[in-house]
Design a protein around this ligand. Sequence first.
Ligand SMILES: *Cc1c(COP(=O)(O)O)cnc(C)c1O
Ligand code: SF4
Length: 454
Amino acid sequence: MTDYGINVVTQFKPINRKNIHKIPQWELLNPEMRRALLVVSAVLPFRTNRYVIDELIDWGNVPDDPIFQLVFPQRGMLERVDFEIVAGLMEKGAPEAEIADKACRIRRRMNPHPSGQMEHNVPHLDGHRLPGMQHKYRETVLFFAAQAQTCHSYCTFCFRWAQFVGDRELKFESSSADDLTAYLERHTEVTDLLFTGGDPMVMSAEVLERYVEPLLHPRLEHVQTIRIGTKAVSYWPQRFVSDRDADDLLRLFERVVDSGRHLAVMAHYCHPAELSTPVARRALRRIRSTGAEVRIQSPLVRHVNDDPDVWAETWRTGVRLGAIPYYMFVERDTGPKNYFEVPLAEAWEIYQQASQQVSGLGRSARGPVMSALTGKVRLAGVTSIEGMKVFVLEYLQARDPDWVHRPFFAEFDHEATWFDQLRPVYDNEDVYFQMPGDDEGELFECEEESEIFS
Ligand SMILES: *Cc1c(COP(=O)(O)O)cnc(C)c1O
Ligand code: SF4
C-alpha cells in the first residue's frame, strides 16, 4: 500500500474534505460524485480513515457500496435547492464565511437533538443540573464524557453531529467523574451505567480509567453493569489490537470484570462487511478474552442495510464470533432523514424476514425499535382487528414502567416513519401516544464553526 504519511496499523489519522483528494481511490469517483462529496461535506461533517477506505469499502461497487454510503456524503442528503445554492457559492469562489453561514442555516433545519433528549432527561444533584448525563429510565444512566465527543469516522446519517461541529449551545458533555459517582451514590436504583458519545473508545485508556475506576468502588455495588457504546469495533478495531494503549484498555476491561461487574460492549455494527476483516475479528476476540460481553445494536438505514439478507448475515456472523444481537433501531427523525429513513411497515418486514433466516440464537435482537419521547417503542407486528389493518406496538422502556410489554394498537400507515405520526385505534390507549411537551425553541446561532468545516 502506498504510504501517505498515514500509518493505518498503529495510528489514527482522519481523512476529511481537505485531504480526500490525496487518496488513490479519489480517481475512482466520477466528477458528479466528487462534486457531491465536496458540496455536501461543506454542510454535514465528513471524516473517515484509511482503514475504512482501504478495507471496508468495495470500490468496485461505488456508489452503491453500503460502507461508502455509510461514511461518504451523497448528493441526496441535501434538498435540491440547498445543494444548488451551496454548489453555486463554492463554484463562484464565494468567501468561506458566506458558505459556512449558509451551511449552518441548512444544518439548523435538520433537528439536531431529536426526542427532546437534551431538554427532558438531564439529572440534578443538590439543585444543579448535570449536563452530559441522562437518566430517563430507572435502571440506566447515560454518560457523555467530554473527551468522547467525536468518532473514528462519521456516519452520514448521524444525528449527533451537533456535538462534533462546535455548536457550543448544543454540546452535551461532562468531564466530571466526581459528578458521575456522586450522582450514582445517591441513586441506588441505577444498575447500569452506559458510556456513550460520540464514541467513548476515542478516549485514551488513561482518560477512560478516570471515569471507570471510581465506579468499581464497593459504595457503588449497585452499579452492576457498565456498558460502552462504540463504533470503534467497526471503524477502528485497531483500538483494541494495536493502538499504543490497546493492552491498557483491555486490562481496564478485565478490572471491571474482576470487580464482579458485567462489562457490555455495545457494538454498533450495521453491516457484515464490518465484521469481515481479520483485525475486526481479532478485536472481538481480544475484547471477549477480558470477560466482557459484546452486543450488537444498530440502526436500520436506507442505502446501507435496508435488506433482510444483510441483517440475517450480520446476526449470523455476530453469533458465530460471539457478539449477541441486541437492538434493531429505527433511524430517528433527524439529519438528512429523507435520504436515510425507512417506513415503519417496511422496517417490520425487514426484521421479520431477517429473523426467519437465522436460528434462535440469532433472533435475540429486538426490533424495529424507536427511541421516542415517551420511551422505547417496538413495532411488534402488523395484523387486523375487526377488519382493520393495525400496527401492534409495545414499550420496551417507558417513563411509566408499568407500560412495558403491554401490547397496544395504532392505525396501519404504510408511509409513517416515526411514532409521532401514528394514530391510536382505541380511545383508551391515547395515553401511550402522549408526548410530554417539547419546548423546542431557537436552537443555536450560526456563529460557531469548528475546524471540521474550515
Ligand atoms: C435505550 C436506552 C437505555 C437502555 O435501555 P435498555 O432497555 O436497558 O437497553 C437507557 N437510556 C436511554 C435514554 C435509552 O434510550
Ligand atoms: S459512530 Fe455513532 S456517534 Fe459516531 S458518527 Fe456514527 S452514529 Fe454518530
